[in-house]
Ligand binder design. Structure first.
Ligand SMILES: O=c1ccn([C@@H]2O[C@H](COP(=O)(O)O)[C@@H](O)[C@H]2O)c(=O)[nH]1
Length: 283
């Protein structure tokens, strides 16, 4: 009988990947405009070739790769089939997959999403999934349970990078902003589920925000999009991440992908960014 060893927690696996490869997470976002610019069809075959070249360029350089699910989903079942392949290519490249699907629903439906993205043996199983807490953090319980029991992770939207988010996520209640209350709740869940370990439940905080939540008590990872095309800079990342800098994955998508389709050109951009976004020496 073959015995499968349980995988280490996502938090522990991420810590080791970041120590080896730095803090840059590159996105695979096959926008129709980028497919055209690369001379590829705006169809599942184009998306597959785009992803293959992207992985050839940087799959071995970065700790994590974040496919944007929307750009696969828009091609229907054939696009989802490509995404399934891409998730396995990411693993073969030695990187962690972060599926950016931003799932969130009432608890009983959330259980279905948890089975789809976080269960062993599911075709769409990823290392970590982005989820939305805006139906209430408790509505995500099935995802927290599935992630903890299968060694996977979650990145919970707290303060997103888009300009429209401030009114809702920056609204002030009894415990500070809505975004801060999400961060604090995720911190508590890490302490409960991973008392002696680095937490596997992270938050998403954009590199573009002027009023970020305080990340001091999180003890889990941060996913920080917004660098490059959206205007966020290295200084913004340092300011916003603060004490969580070492555990922060900085996501860059279009700024890298616009250097394609030349694999060498994308690789050069990622090598440069990786040097800038490496925080092993941060306190
Ligand atoms: O707050 C958020 C959450 C997720 N994203 C996603 O990250 C990438 C950013 O792409 P760029 O091309 O580097 O701007 C994209 O997939 C977003 O959906 C985000 O930007 N902000």
């Amino acid at each position: 009988m073959t015995e499968t060893r349980p995988r280490a927690s996502f938090g522990a696996r991420l810590r080791s990947a970041v120590a080896d490869r730095g803090n840059l997470c590159v996105g695979i976002d096959p926008h129709p405009g980028l497919l055209e610019a690369w001379g590829l069809g705006v169809d599942p075959a184009g998306v597959a070739e785009f992803s293959r070249r992207a992985l050839e360029a940087f799959g071995d350089l970065v700790p994590a790769i974040k496919p944007q699910v929307a750009f696969f989903e828009e091609h229907g079942s054939a696009g989802i089939e490509v995404l399934e392949e891409v998730l396995s290519w990411i693993t073969s490249a030695g990187a962690l997959s972060v599926a950016d699907a931003k799932r969130g629903d009432i608890g009983s439906t959330m259980a279905g999403y948890a089975r789809a993205w976080l269960a062993d043996g599911s075709p769409l199983a990823c290392d970590a999934l982005t989820v939305s807490p805006y139906l209430g953090v408790g509505s995500l319980d099935a995802a927290f349970d599935a992630a903890a029991s299968t060694g996977r992770g979650l990145f919970v939207l707290a303060r997103t990078s888009n300009p429209e988010a401030g009114g809702l996520q920056g609204a002030v209640g009894a415990d500070g902003t809505v975004a801060q209350s999400v961060v604090d709740e995720i911190g508590r869940r890490n302490s409960g589920a991973f008392p002696d370990d680095v937490g596997s439940f992270g938050v998403v905080v954009g590199a573009t925000v002027a009023d970020p939540p305080v990340l001091e008590r999180l003890r889990g990872p941060v996913l920080m999009p917004g660098v490059g095309e959206q205007g966020g800079t290295l200084e913004d990342v340092r300011r916003i991440a603060g004490p969580a800098l070492r555990a922060t994955l900085v996501n860059v998508s279009r700024h890298v992908l616009r250097a394609g389709p030349d694999v060498g050109a994308m690789r050069a951009v990622v090598t440069d960014l990786s040097g800038q976004f490496s925080f092993a020496d941060a306190p």
